[in-house]
Write a new protein. Sequence first.
Length: 155
Amino acid sequence: MALVKGDKIPEVLGVDQDGKEVKASEFVGKKLVLYFYPKDNTPGCTAQACSLKENYDDLLEVGYQILGVSVDSEESHQKFIKKQELPFRLIADTDKKLVEEFGVWQEKTMMGKKYMGTIRTTFIVDEQGEIIHVISGRAVNTKDHADQILELKLH
């Protein structure tokens, strides 16, 4: 069962790159960009993270907080954050609890081989923790992801 527009996000989201628990209640009163990506330090994921980093002030200005999620470890996230100078937290979903709860852990195919992986998906969450918009798969523009979010008319 995937979470969809209109659903509330779970209270416990996981642990960040520093091992600190991340809860939905931390974001009450703010809009949240909760983005799921396949892997730290890969071209598409780096482009997406850098788009959010480069437009971070603009996103904050309109009320968004940013939170990334992948199944990479805390250590991997720390290296990714340091290397790319990311100003936001990343959840280390190593037990795949969150990717499964949000329905983004799915079968993928690369060069004819099938495997399980994270479908690149961004959930826009309102000030009360309700999903108000979803951008998924090929609809996510990694290079201009922040602009894609800023252009949404969700008011």
